[in-house]
Design a protein. Structure first.
Length: 243
């Protein structure tokens, strides 16, 4: 007895693309307005992506396009996927590589000295650092008597059960940090904590990373709106990185 396969909808496609993150900006490509169009024909899906400039880093561009294809291929009911990057100086190379499932090295050949794992890890660590700063800064605001030098002793159980903490937990998981309730919050990517006298500098450095991430995201949103008039309707309001 055969079972009818559910045909994916545009909402399904956009939902899947919502899990694709710009590695540098730490936001979903759907929130940033990078999804230019979605076309469906039964189980066949064609998606076009756009970026704020034609010279955005090719490795970032490829990573987002490749992750988009992977996310859509895994979507139930999808039988064929085409993802194309529009208006980029390497669009032809990237699109050909995606169509052939050539991978990053197969796409860029001698120009690709390394695969994307190291790049992905670097930006996941930055995303964790920024999320950690947001959570600890919010805690300092909520508890005025708390001293910055005490942050080295703050554990996950000290954080409120809210979206900011949930975002931090997801980013900890992405780089392999523990999520036990007694785990220290202020740690580096190797889960090493900080003594009281080092906590203020660690927080300042984390804040610098967070400001850089947030500033780049704001800048790129503006560039996209300038390059593609009307694209603002495809951008979601900034969510303070709680996604």
């Amino acid at each position: 007895m055969s079972t009818l396969t559910r045909v994916p909808t545009e909402a399904d496609v956009r939902g899947a693309l919502g899990a694709v993150i710009d590695p540098e900006l730490d936001e979903p490509i759907t929130d940033l307005g990078f999804v230019r169009s979605v076309a469906l024909d039964g189980g066949s899906v064609e998606v076009h992506l756009r970026l704020p400039t034609s010279f955005c880093s090719p490795n970032f561009a490829y990573l987002m396009a490749s992750d988009s294809k992977d996310a859509l291929t895994a979507l139930p009911g999808v039988t064929h996927v085409v993802v194309e990057l529009d208006d980029h100086h390497d669009s032809a190379i990237i699109n050909a590589g995606l169509a052939a499932d050539a991978g990053y090295r197969g796409t860029f050949k001698h120009e690709a000295e390394h695969d994307l794992d190291e790049l992905r890890t670097t930006f996941r660590r930055k995303a964790h650092t920024a999320a950690m700063e947001r959570a600890l800064t919010a805690l300092l605001r909520a508890r005025p008597a708390l001293q910055v030098t005490e942050l080295g002793g703050i554990r996950l159980w000290d954080l409120p059960d809210d979206a900011t903490t949930a975002a931090l937990l997801r980013r900890r998981a992405a780089i392999g940090l523990p999520d036990d309730a007694d785990a220290l919050v202020l740690v580096d990517h190797e889960n090493t904590g900080y003594a009281p006298d080092r906590a203020p500098m660690a927080l300042r450095r984390a804040r610098s990373t967070r400001i850089s991430v947030d500033g780049n995201a704001h800048f790129c949103r503006g560039l996209l709106r300038t390059r593609y008039p009307g694209s603002e309707k495809d951008q979601s309001p900034t969510k303070e990185h709680t996604s």
